[in-house]
Design a protein around this ligand. Structure first.
Ligand code: G1P
Length: 288
């Protein structure tokens, strides 16, 4: 059973400056909920009980968000807003959340290496803190199911347009079924004409503890950072790794255009905004 998850959330968020100069990108709200809360909810909905957030400089508001705020709670109780009160209680009781700080930003691989003592000898899930995936069955649950079946590392992938492969980790391999790929190649942000496929790593992984010794052997790669993809490639020489093609829609919140699209889509799904917001959008579209 997989009960632990790691959420790397230490990155600078340079793609979202200036908003991320003094606040974490993971705390940017989609309507009224910070991105990282959606990510924690996906983990919890997949049966995860224990979460380690890899935090860093300027990220303290993430801890505050999942902490209890007595003063605010009593204010809301005075106003007798039970729904809002319950929402606050839900956030502080979502999971056992632990934090460790990545003092230097040496890449995703290095962030994951910070979790070695926390994870010990157990397999664990990794959910990138700036990516929301909307799906009927939470993607982490889909991957845990694949892990339970194959007992090997599982990586979530999705197809991306060929001209965008240089933005992602890309895997190549043999299709085992409609949803599963036996990985034979992995490369972090390849040049467009050198990518083994257009299956991009989608920000969710089920890893086993061997990843930590692979990370110790991983030299700096793309962007002069320790890349998780490179460590996985080292492991690929010793063990089979599976990719699951995700059933769901991925939103990369670190990207401004995706952030805007996500906000619009999520607003149209919210009961209280759906009708008036749709009206507003129709008016806007008329004027285009
Ligand atoms: C990271 C991973 C990459 C993956 C991507 C998904 O890159 O290194 O393999 O495809 O997340 O969002 P980053 O976007 O942090 O540069």
């Amino acid at each position: 059973m997989i009960k632990k998850a790691i959420i790397p959330a230490a990155g600078f968020g340079t793609r979202f400056l200036p908003a991320t100069k003094a606040q974490p990108k993971e705390m940017l709200p989609i309507i009224d909920t910070p991105v990282i809360q959606y990510v924690v909810q996906e983990a919890v909905d997949s049966g995860i009980e224990d979460i380690l957030i890899i935090s860093g400089k300027g990220k303290r508001s993430i801890e505050d968000h999942f902490d209890r705020n007595y003063e605010l709670e009593s204010r809301i109780l005075e106003k007798e807003d039970e729904a809002l009160y319950n929402q606050l209680k839900h956030i502080e009781n979502m999971a056992n959340i632990h934090y460790i700080r990545q003092k230097e930003l040496n890449g995703l691989g290095d962030a994951i290496y910070h979790a070695r003592f926390h994870c010990g000898n157990e397999p664990f899930a990794v959910l990138l803190g700036d990516t929301i995936i909307n799906s009927a069955i939470p993607v982490t649950q889909q991957m845990i199911d694949a892990y339970e079946q194959y007992r090997q590392i599982v990586i979530a992938v999705e197809t991306v347009p060929h001209d965008k492969v240089n933005r992602y980790g890309i895997v190549g391999g043999k299709k085992l079924s409609e949803k599963l790929i036996q990985i034979t190649e992995m490369v972090e942000k390849p040049e467009i004409d050198k990518a083994p496929s257009n299956y991009a790593i989608a920000g969710r992984y089920i890893l086993t503890p061997e990843i930590f010794s692979a990370l110790e052997k991983t030299p700096r790669g793309k962007g002069n950072e320790i890349q998780l993809t490179d460590a996985l490639r080292i492991l690929l020489k010793q063990q089979d790794i599976t990719a699951t093609i995700i059933e769901g829609k991925r939103y990369d919140i670190g990207n401004k255009l995706d952030f805007l699209k996500t906000t619009v889509e999520f607003a149209l799904k919210r009961k209280e905004f759906a009708a008036p917001f749709a009206e507003f959008l129709k008016e806007i579209v008329k004027g285009l």
